[in-house]
Design a binder for this molecule. Sequence first.
Ligand SMILES: [Zn+2]
Length: 282
Amino acid sequence: MRIITFDIEDWYNHDDYSRDFAWEKHEVRIYEGTEKILSSLAERNLKGTFFCVGWIAEHHPQVIKDIAAAGHHIGCHSYQHELASRFTPEQFKEDTYKAKCIIEDVAGCEVNAFRVPSFSITASNLWTFDILTELGFTYDSSIFPSTHEFGGIPAYPAVPSLLKTHNGILKEFPICLGHFVGREIVYSGGGYFRVIPYSLLKKWTSRDSYVLSYFHPSDFDPGQPNMPQLPIMRQIKNRVGLKGAFSKFKKYIKDFDFVDVLDADRQIDWSECPIIDINDIR
Ligand SMILES: [Zn+2]
């Protein structure tokens, strides 16, 4: 099963370091970036799940309307793109609820899927999942089943699973991992997708029974401004492989079929999937 997802945020929304949220001053590139993605999916008649930042829905609602009009599955990627690990439970609930309401209002449909910014859920803030079920979410794709700069739950299985929270069950679609010379690599999105040779991407995507790909409009935008306030390694990671990434993406979705989270849900036999109790996660 291959699932395609996108995080709809502009190039300046994923500054996880400076905490400067005065975003109006930045050059807006989200329209062009999203349109590129939508037209390439339309050429292949593919549907994806789009996790949208609430701030984008509020300030650039046409972007979300275009995604919804094309028949894609709309999810929530927080309001402020702040790390969940920096929130109290009350703040997380407030931010998520605000985003859900704005996106639903703009898209004209219920928002039932969530992805946390920058995979910022660990064993220390599992209360996030209790809040998601409390707010009525059915699907989540936040778990990074390894270590990550801002989060990750290494013990979590890297396959679709039923996550039992204190308020109900979430259908969890974790990020998938490939194994390469003893290291776990996220090849299906972000920087690794851009730098790994296409022949390897194709080999791993053919081999693995569960592939969850995730992209951002900025992954395909070599013209985006630099962010000098970020650590130098982060600046390099953000820019590596940008040139040529979009043609690689187009080749990828030409060579493989993908579905959105809703279609994946219909195809999965959930009785065969792991059931993970939130109390057992370490
Ligand atoms: Zn994001």
